[in-house]
Design a protein around this ligand. Structure first.
Ligand SMILES: C[S@@+](CC[C@H](N)C(=O)[O-])C[C@H]1O[C@@H](n2cnc3c(N)ncnc32)[C@H](O)[C@@H]1O
Length: 435
């Protein structure tokens, strides 16, 4: 694989019509490189088994797998999982076998399907309240990102502040629906009662959605809103991590943005991002005034500051830089050249990955009106080690940039929130120091 592959995608935008910010509810196009319903359903096969076979195969993933016939050895006699054994097991038979297709189909439609329409209206959606930005408005925009990067987000990323052996979101569903192995937390009395007392048979998959590890997603609508309301003059955008294409997806809906350059080290993220313009093909967002130039580099961001050709071509070029770095070991992504694999200790990571990436951001930032939007939060890992990313990253950034604004991000629903070990995230706006 050519890691320094740089494939500019030029699309001639046809007319000078600039979409108004009103009535911008647009139909979405389907694309062939995301997670289709067919592929999603196929992951779970179509086999059906009798209740007796189900009882024979059902297991709970305690350290040693617990079989149905061994429940009595694990739970006290008065535990309802013993006294009401058949009611409980008939419930699991219903949701894992009998209603499997309805439940998984609904999950796809509500959580993974690209929504038919997305609301890009700005006037009626004030995200700013005091010093907080609400990132939940038009949250369904995240479904587009989740659909495109489904494997990477829901299957390949591990979250280190959850229980170490915890299977991912997709892994948990595959265990339950393909092998009838229930991840232990879903066989806890409180989980079973929540499921069985609910009117909906979908509660199991909602719990999996809430608790099992998955990568966090920035709401592209929030990025779009920020670009349009706070930086309406910005024409060229740069990001030293792709954040699953959220900045690019927002950019392609803004006609005044003519260029996006992004870096990441996950080849599939780079490849799918290069094709993102297909999402707006045939919609009014295709009709931009000038050609949009998309360049994606699949190479560690920290290496670019020493790349003379890159620096010569990109120096001072970008009006807006978006950077939400990996939060050190908080999420572990699946690819070569991940920053935490190259720089093992926290201090090495700050020095070897983070600082050269910030130097790069400074190098490419427009010296007159350029700004860097930086998103960061602190976290605690499973062993209880705390990482003061806000303080440590800002100490480095302030060698190269000056802080202009500091917002709190309100309720980003993600892996971060699930385990309540983060102290909230901030979105900061920095201006380059001219030397
Ligand atoms: C998903 S983003 C943003 C994470 C952010 N904390 C969040 O919650 O949205 C992190 C990205 O950094 C990328 N990354 C890791 N090491 C990198 C490196 N050395 N150079 C460029 N990108 C890197 C990962 O591949 C991943 O796509």
């Amino acid at each position: 694989m050519n890691n320094s592959m740089n494939v500019p995608t030029k699309t001639k935008r046809k007319s000078k019509t600039i979409p108004s910010t009103k009535n911008t509810i647009q139909p979405n196009r389907k694309i062939d490189y995301g997670m289709s319903k067919e592929r999603f359903m196929k992951m779970f096969g179509s086999k059906s088994i009798s209740y007796d076979d189900f009882l024979d195969q059902f297991k709970v993933s305690y350290g040693k797998m617990l079989k149905y016939c061994d429940f009595e050895t694990k739970f006290p006699k008065d535990d309802f999982r013993i006294s009401d054994k058949h009611t409980v097991m008939l419930y699991f038979y219903k949701i894992l076998v009998e209603k499997k297709h309805e439940i998984l189909g609904d999950l796809y439609d509500n959580y993974l399907a690209i929504p038919d329409k997305l609301d890009w209206t700005i006037e009626d959606n004030p995200l700013l309240s005091g010093d907080s930005i609400n990132v939940r408005k038009n949250d369904s925009a995240r479904r587009v990102i989740r659909n495109i990067f489904c494997d990477e987000i829901l299957n390949d990323t591990r979250v280190t502040n959850s229980i170490a052996r915890s299977p991912t979101f997709i892994g948990t569903l595959k265990m339950a629906y393909n092998d009838y192995i229930l991840y232990d937390r879903f066989f806890a009395p409180s989980s079973i009662k929540t499921m069985m007392n609910s009117d909906s048979l979908n509660t199991f998959v909602y719990l999996v959605q809430s608790y099992q590890p998955k990568a966090s997603i920035l709401n592209p609508y929030m990025i779009y809103w920020l670009m349009r309301t706070q930086f309406p003059e910005a024409k060229r955008i740069f990001s030293p991590v792709m954040s699953w294409g959220s900045y690019l997806y927002a950019s392609i809906h803004i006609p005044s943005i003519v260029e996006y350059t992004g870096i990441d080290v996950i080849p599939s993220v780079c490849e799918k991002s290069r094709r993102m313009l297909e999402l707006v093909k045939g919609t009014k967002y295709e009709q931009h005034e000038s050609p949009m130039n998309i360049q994606i580099f699949c190479k560690p961001s920290e290496t670019f500051i020493k790349d003379r050709t890159f620096c010569k071509n990109h120096s001072g070029r970008y009006d807006l830089i978006f950077y939400c770095p990996p939060y050190y070991t908080f999420e572990l992504y699946d690819s070569p050249n991940q920053s935490v694999d190259t720089y093992k200790s926290y201090s090495e990571w700050l020095k070897g990955y983070f600082e050269p990436t910030i130097e790069l951001c400074r190098e490419v930032c427009n010296p007159t009106n350029g700004r860097m939007v930086f998103i960061i939060g602190n976290y605690k890992d499973i062993k209880g080690n705390s990482y003061n990313l806000i303080g440590d990253c800002c100490a480095i950034i302030e060698k190269y940039f000056v802080l202009e604004k500091n917002y709190k991000l309100e309720s980003r629903k993600a892996a971060m929130k699930t385990h309540e070990k983060t102290t909230g995230e901030h979105l900061m706006i920095f201006k380059k120091i001219i030397i």
